[in-house]
Design a binder for this molecule. Sequence first.
Ligand SMILES: [Fe+2]
Length: 216
Amino acid sequence: MRHDFYAVIHKALRRELALLVAEAGTARTPSDWRAIAGRLRSVELVLDEHAGHEARFLHPRLCEIDAKLVERIDRDHVLLEGSFDAALRAVDGAASSGDADDRRRAYRELASFVVRYSQHMLVEELEAMPAFWSAATDAELLEIHARLVASIPPDTMGSFLSLMLPAIDLDEQLELLGGVRATAPAPVFAGVMELARQILSPPKYDALDAALGGAS
Ligand SMILES: [Fe+2]
């Protein structure tokens, strides 16, 4: 299987956005909506960082392969920011008014952003990634990815891992954490395992820990 820049992070974003839509469907009180607004703001940080990573590390190479596709993805990023802002404004509105019409509007704006963002992720997976594969070796792709990951500060990495670990299968968890173990200092790896212990269900964490050879 060839290296895929988007597979893991997009699983993470799909899971979190789907959970948010599901929660918004049942949210009723202003405090329910405040919780959704807070979670949405946390996702916003990850979405912004992710788009920044694409622009800084992926798009310069993709531009050499298919400049028109990069133009389209960049345009999508701007449109998606507008759609996200509309969703957040509507969710804040539901949180402050508690009005039934505002709640329904917030749910719909959020669902609409998630549909648009999902379509965007498919463009990256089904058009951008094959374009990379047509022109670059896996060694080159891994080198680009390693530079991208090395640029992420520890706090931000914690936010990414919190969304990624519960969203991916055991093989992907092993690849991700095996990479951390191979490249980061031991205390960093121990911190990541502690994060995994807090985030995953006990059976999932035990399976991961065992597969890593009882790392913790
Ligand atoms: Fe993107």
